[in-house]
Design a protein around this ligand. Structure first.
Ligand SMILES: C[S@@+](CC[C@H](N)C(=O)[O-])C[C@H]1O[C@@H](n2cnc3c(N)ncnc32)[C@H](O)[C@@H]1O
Length: 435
């Protein structure tokens, strides 16, 4: 066994397979870390294999239908994950030789007791996929987004937008950074392109995030262009008391703190709040850290503004978290809608009269976005909507809704001719009526 595990390229494939298996079982995707694979090249390749298998999940299902008459054997350990990783390599990772994908796929299965019984099947399936690779590579994108979600999105955004979402799903996303302060020299060194506000986009990079210019000096943090807008629209003033409710990993906390506000950052997850603390330390920014359930936090109406980045389906983040497409269902979304309403009511009670509330979700679902705005208007009479103007988005009016909210979808063209997509988001702003 040890001899086999020493085969070049096998260990990283096994890590990739175990990692993919855990995501298929419902865990969110987090990149494989140095504790699992010490070499950064191995980690990069293993993570690429897992993400490509997840991006093309629906197409791999279609391949399975063609080459496995009885479906993928169940209770077979890492078998399904091994097949998905090897098929992803054969069809969409053309810098790896097919014979190595097949050989290492078979050896990966053999390294696992339950999957090992199916080594001949793995060999046969992968050889069939190789023979029919042109046909499978030409599979259309209709299967990429699960049917129920595609139908829901087609109803909201139209069939063309859904087709565009599918194209975006299989591309690897650019990296967006929020700069702590404007810095044209740093943008030039990074080779980035300014998008909107302090967001800079790196279309390509050849280094890990922590090795990019300005990281160690705390000059920026990673944040999608969409995710940078809610804090911007809160218009935090120096010295204002602002509550960042559901704050981790802290991108919005950093924006509010760098505007000079006195920020209280709250999140239910102690682990995630440790990341907020580390990020703030690196950025030399301050915030009071509270680990608590938002619904139990009741200091009274003491805040000038609250930013509620509510827990949501996160379907707008499918470019970086393709697994959300596999894990979400209508019931789970309905549960989040109910929680968001409780949080909206609770956040209102924490605002001083005249205080501002930003509600946002990284979701493409109307129920978590536009419908929540309508619910506030019918159910929380203390709040009045505060319409967002294009002038607050450097004149970009594409995402403004007739109700004065912001709806961002991955298919929207960015301003300044910047290429690539963005996270789906919904943002609404309210004022607590003065008494
Ligand atoms: C969308 S993320 C927040 C992202 C963050 N605002 C940022 O910009 O980096 C949602 C967060 O809600 C937190 N959360 C979920 N349920 C919560 C609850 N009941 N109380 C407080 N935080 C909660 C999760 O731990 C998660 O960190």
């Amino acid at each position: 066994m040890n001899e086999t595990r020493d085969l070049p390229g096998l260990k990283l494939r096994l890590e990739a397979a175990f990692h993919l298996k855990s995501v298929l079982e419902g865990k969110p995707f987090a990149p494989i870390g140095p504790d699992r694979l010490a070499q950064s090249r191995d980690r990069a390749l293993a993570n690429r294999m897992v993400t490509i298998a997840l991006r093309h999940h629906g197409q791999i299902d279609a391949v399975f239908k063609e080459v496995l008459a009885k479906g993928v054997p169940q209770r077979a350990g890492i078998l399904e994950a091994v097949l998905r990783i090897a098929i992803a390599q054969l069809l969409w990772l053309d810098d790896i030789a097919a014979h190595s994908a097949i050989h290492l796929g078979v050896e990966s299965a053999r390294a696992d007791k339950r999957a090992g019984r199916f080594d001949k099947l793995v060999n046969g399936v992968l050889r069939s996929v190789q023979r029919q690779s042109e046909q499978f590579q030409a599979l259309d994108g209709d299967t990429l987004i699960p049917g129920w979600l595609a139908a829901q999105w087609a109803g909201t955004y139209g069939a063309d937008a859904v087709a565009r979402f599918a194209e975006i799903l299989i591309q690897s996303p650019p990296l967006d950074l929020t700069l702590k302060s404007p810095d044209p020299d740093l943008i030039a060194v990074l080779g980035g392109q300014p998008v909107l506000g302090e967001t800079v986009r790196l279309a390509e990079r050849d280094a890990a995030v922590a090795d990019l210019a300005g990281f160690a000096e705390g000059k920026w943090w990673v944040q999608d262009v969409s995710a940078a807008l809610p804090a911007r629209l809160l218009n935090a003033g120096a010295g204002e008391a602002i509550l960042d409710l559901c704050a981790a990993p802290g991108g919005k906390t950093a924006q509010l703190a760098s505007a000079g506000a006195r920020v209280t950052a709250l999140d239910i997850s102690a682990d995630r709040m440790a990341r907020v603390r580390a990020n703030l330390d690196r950025l030399e920014l301050n915030a009071e850290i509270v680990v608590a359930d938002a619904l139990d936090y009741a200091p009274g109406p003491v805040f000038d503004a609250v930013l509620l980045d509510a827990p949501c389906s996160a379907t707008g983040t499918f470019r970086r978290h393709p697994e959300v497409l596999l894990h979400r269902n209508a019931q789970g979304i309905a549960e989040r809608v109910a929680l968001q309403r409780k949080m909206l009511a609770h956040a209102t009670a924490l605002l001083k009269p005249g205080g501002r509330l930003i509600y946002c979700v990284c979701s493409l679902e109307r129920g978590e976005g536009e419908d929540q705005l309508a619910w506030v208007q019918s159910s929380l009479p203390e709040l009045e909507p505060s319409a967002i103007a294009a002038s607050e988005l450097d004149g970009w009016d594409t995402p403004l809704t007739p109700q004065g909210a912001v709806r961002l979808t991955p298919a929207m063209a960015l301003p300044n001719g910047v290429g690539g997509a963005l996270d789906g988001f919904f943002i609404a702003r309210f004022i607590r009526k003065p008494v």
